[in-house]
Write a protein that binds this ligand. Structure first.
Ligand code: GLN
Length: 251
């Protein structure tokens, strides 16, 4: 039998959910791979595909022959960290690496810091409030060189925002979703900066819309210098969602 206090508490949670608040915000936490993260509106809620992105990075680093002895010199940069899911999951799995996580939102930066602290990973993660669209000089000065550049950027086509579920549309930060007309605004900026941020043969790992792998390959052919397209990987629904690119070494 539930007590009145428990019933009141459950009713409060139900009431929030009935406003279409995402369950992750209602219960204020969510699991991501093998860590639990605090969730707080309007910070973007990590999706299951992004767990696959982290798995893909871990497998790719292994395939590239980056032995665990080298890991203590490895560093990554995450653009658009939201709650910190990708960075914290990488740090949790790779116990020697260090990372930098950026977001233009003060709420996201605060939540990533809070999650890093509660997971005991704060010593290896630097979190900064930076808008990559505007602060490119700062980024190049402060963050390079890194071996790994990772991002789940805002990649929705602006026209698709209207058809989002109320949970997403009403509660999540649109800046973490809206990638402009073709969803490529932040992706284009990452492609432009990557050659100057990465070490020789350093890699970019992106989560994108299924229309983006082709668009990104066209960009690389037409105008982005210094990067080569390595491969596309599908998500669990078999849609092309993850791109790996690599900096071309000199010569
Ligand atoms: N997959 C997300 C959604 O459909 C969008 C994520 C993003 O833009 N990074 O809500």
């Amino acid at each position: 039998m539930l007590s009145q206090a428990q019933l009141d508490r459950i009713w409060k949670l139900c009431h929030k959910r009935l406003t279409r608040m995402p369950v992750q915000y209602v219960i204020e936490e969510w699991d991501f791979r093998d860590i639990t993260l605090k969730m707080k509106p309007p910070v973007f809620i990590p999706r299951p595909e992004t767990e696959e992105l982290v798995g893909l990075i871990l497998a790719d680093l292994k395939d590239c022959g980056i032995a665990s002895e080298d890991m203590d010199t490895l560093s990554f940069l995450e653009v658009g960290c939201g709650s910190g899911a990708i960075s914290l999951s990488l740090l949790h799995s790779l116990t020697q690496v260090r990372g930098m996580a950026l977001d233009q939102s003060a709420e996201a930066v605060a939540l990533t810091r809070e999650n890093a602290l509660s997971l005991g990973l704060h010593d290896r993660l630097k979190v900064s409030q930076v808008d990559v669209m505007r602060d490119a000089d700062w980024l190049l000065r402060t963050c390079s060189p890194v071996e790994v550049l990772v991002s789940n950027p805002p990649y929705l086509f602006t026209e698709d925002l209207d058809s989002l579920e109320p949970e997403v549309k009403r509660f999540e930060d649109h800046a973490a979703l809206d990638g402009g007309e073709e969803g490529m605004c932040v992706i284009d900026q990452i492609l432009a900066l990557a050659p100057r941020l990465l070490t020789d043969n350093g890699r970019v790992y992106l989560e994108v819309d299924p229309r983006h792998p082709d668009l990104i390959q066209t960009r690389l052919k037409e105008k982005v210098m210094g990067l080569k397209y390595v491969k596309t990987q599908n998500d669990f629904t078999n849609r092309p969602r993850f791109c790996i690119l690599q900096r071309r070494g000199a010569g």
